[in-house]
Design a protein around this ligand. Sequence first.
Ligand code: AP5
Length: 216
Amino acid sequence: MKIVLLGPPGAGKGTQAQRLQESFGLKHLSTGDMLRAEVASSSPIGTQAKAIMERGELVPDQILIDMIAEPTKQPDAARGILLDGFPRTVAQAEALDRMLAGRGQKLDRVIQLVVDNDAMVERIAGRYACAKCAAGYHDTNRKPKTAGVCDSCGGSQFVRRPDDKPETARTRLEAYDRQTAPLLPYYKSRGVLSEVDGMAAIDEVTRRIGTLLKAA
Ligand code: AP5
């Protein structure tokens, strides 16, 4: 099964991908996480991507196309892949179609998380994570049970993404509207697009996506 999760920053792609990879045995590939690992290791790609990501803009297409090629053909991707954050432009979508077709494969479903953009700034700007185990929290929606202590590992250090500042979140949302939203008609015309209300409760969103994947 080859699945794409599509939606603006903060729509819940990462949250849902974490849950779905376990229940459906899919390999979760987040290009945002892959790029952040490149930045953390100060690799040539990371060095090039760092400033672009901090401005909230998109990293050049060819870097992402090359980055996704290898992990999608590894043995652990045989049962299926769940793409989170890729493709993000029509050029990336076309490259993905060519890549899969070259392996005799195709996308089974593209799930669009439909959300209210104004609410996304609040979701993103309030988000933080445990520095030790990466468990996710939010200033108002999901606080640790004991203030300042991670529920999962007991850690007491927390981090925020440098691109989660409100002004950068707005630039990221604009980039989505301008460069990624054109993927909606692209996938609709291919008959693989399904909409899910991303403003519903997290469990309910998981349930609705699960129903679509079972039918895929
Ligand atoms: P990336 O890491 O992909 O970030 P993003 O798309 O901006 O998405 P986010 O991770 O912010 O949000 P999400 O949809 O995963 O939501 P989450 O589940 O975390 O990309 C970062 C950057 O890398 C890009 O800006 C770009 O520069 C570069 N990049 C990456 N891929 C690229 C590509 N293909 N091409 C070019 N450049 C690329 O949820 C957010 C918050 O909301 C959390 O606190 C969560 O708990 C909460 N939440 C989730 N669902 C719900 C719900 N239903 N109700 C209430 N709260 C919810």
